[in-house]
Write a protein that binds this ligand. Structure first.
Ligand code: PLP
Length: 485
């Protein structure tokens, strides 16, 4: 069958083959090395430079999927994947995305797919209720947290500098340098947003943190108080709940107090940790985030939903419309309804709400809460083993599913502690059963173990601990040489 034909009976059979491929891939993942072992260019070399002239059978595409693509994948759903922050894709989410591709709605205007628009808004309301945000919040789905934060920054910029969408930043005159305030541990995407929104990297003011690595609200207050004398115009404060390095928390209530005093837009980056607000026992960590102007939560990180699905939640939809709504003649319509293209940069919007709807309905809010609790409990168990082992130390509180730790090098180690930890992590990663990533905190190389994938089990994290212990042994005995980078 040519894939251009509309032979839906043939499609049924092919869809079954693809479903079969997916089920085999996902159920046998554990046998594959979690971190791809290909060299740069190795995949590309196996893919012809030109497309085929004639249609090929699905079987040969699937064969190449196995032979060329799978070896070049780092398997994010592998039970041993503990690097960065996990993304998680459940069967429910996969099926939702499959259906979305078939429907292929383009939800720029309400009329171009009323159900896609209305489901998206309803899903944002479901998400708000799930994480305990008040009814005054609504939202839209973006591709990534980077885009969500960027969109919020453009809205905040328009509020701080009314008319900037028309005049551009050039026409600012003496208003001061538009500035975004954030902690030194904010995600690098916030820096990029400042670049893209015309604030520039010099338009970032990094606020120091307190001993628990959360933004110091008093330092923020002082920075905002001296903004005018420094020639700065505060545009936004970005507070993070669950920083990327170590899942630390910028105290939302105290930061909201400061933002309200100075009338500055508060954006909360809860891209990773946001779903944990659905757990009553974690809610206190989020206390005050409901006073933010905008919040980002990525269901594609810790809410069992396949990439890409980033929820941008906000309390004043008009602020977003004022900054980015623009309707050319060919998109005008008489219908009095919400057009989602008015709330962001993208005109074309794919039907991302569908997979979130599938996840909410097939997993259920209880199922999601159970998974979150399991991940947090596994992270705690893992941290407990490390704490009981004199070869390791846990270096940050385990609020969510992230464990930050270091290995203590033996006294006669050939390397300093940072180099020791780097080599230890590389040893583990090279062995192929587990994939960990790192950060640097206060000039100390720190290994991160993120527990957030749907394949996470106690057996899996036990294996992670054993891999670390084995790597520690090998490194001590000089059995493994890890090249320095
Ligand atoms: N914010 C935080 C706290 C993150 O951890 C990340 C990525 O890990 C991002 C933002 C950026 O996310 P995205 O890849 O969706 O842009």
């Amino acid at each position: 069958m040519s894939s251009l034909s509309s032979d839906w009976e043939a499609f049924r059979i092919e869809a079954e083959s693809v479903a079969d491929w997916i089920a085999t891939y996902r159920s046998t993942l554990e046998q594959l090395p979690v971190l791809s072992r290909v060299e740069p260019g190795e995949c590309a070399d196996q893919i012809p430079p030109e497309p085929p002239d004639a249609a090929e059978p699905l079987a040969s595409v699937l064969a190449d999927l196995d032979d060329i693509i799978v070896p070049g994948l780092t398997h994010w759903n592998h039970p041993g994947f503990h690097a960065y922050f996990n993304t998680s894709s459940t069967p429910a989410g996969i099926l939702g995305d499959f259906a979305a591709a078939a429907i292929n709605a383009q939800a720029m205007l309400w009329r171009t797919s009323p159900a896609a628009t209305e489901l998206e808004i309803r899903m944002m309301e479901w998400l708000c209720h799930f994480v305990g945000l008040p009814d005054c919040f609504t939202g839209v789905i973006q591709d990534t947290a980077s885009t969500s934060t960027f969109t919020a920054l453009i809205a905040a910029r328009e509020r701080a500098l009314p008319g900037v969408r028309t005049s551009g930043l050039v026409a600012l005159g003496t208003a001061g340098r538009p500035t975004l305030y954030m902690s030194e541990h904010a995600h690098s995407s916030v820096d990029k947003c400042a670049i893209a929104a015309g604030l520039g990297l010099d338009g970032l003011c990094r606020i120091p943190v307190t001993a628990d690595y959360g933004m110091d609200p008093e330092a923020l207050e002082r920075a905002l108080a001296r903004a005018a004398t420094e020639g700065r115009l505060p545009v936004m404060v970005c507070a993070t709940i669950g920083t990327t390095s170590m899942a630390s928390i910028d105290p939302p209530a105290r930061i909201a107090d400061v933002c309200e005093r100075f009338g500055v837009w508060l954006h909360v980056d809860a891209a990773y940790a946001g779903p944990a607000a659905a757990l009553p026992e974690k809610r206190a960590l989020f206390g005050g985030w409901e006073r933010a102007d905008s919040i980002v939560i990525n269901p594609h990180k810790w809410m069992m939903t396949p990439m890409d699905c980033s929820a941008l939640l906000f309390r004043d939809p008009d602020a977003f419309r004022r900054s980015l709504a623009l309707t050319p003649e060919y998109l005008t319509s008489d219908t009095d309804a919400i057009n989602l293209m008015d709330y962001g940069l993208a005109l074309g919007r794919r039907f991302r709400a569908l997979k979130l709807w599938f996840v909410f309905r097939r997993v259920g809010a209880d199922g999601l809460r159970t998974a979150l609790r399991e991940h947090i409990a596994l992270a705690r168990t893992f941290a407990g083993w490390l704490e009981d082992d004199p070869a390791f130390e846990v270096v940050a509180p385990v609020h969510f599913g992230l464990v930050c730790f270091r290995s203590r090098p033996p006294v006669d180690a050939r390397w300093d502690a940072n180099e020791w930890n780097r080599r230890l992590m590389e040893c583990v990663n090279i062995r192929g059963r587990v994939f960990l990533s790192h950060t640097v905190i206060d000039d100390r190389y720190v290994i991160r173990c993120s527990v957030g994938g749907i394949g996470a089990t106690e057996r899996g994290i036990r294996q992670t601990y054993e891999e670390l212990a084995a790597a520690h042994r090998d490194l001590r005995e000089g059995a493994t040489e890890v090249p320095s980078i």
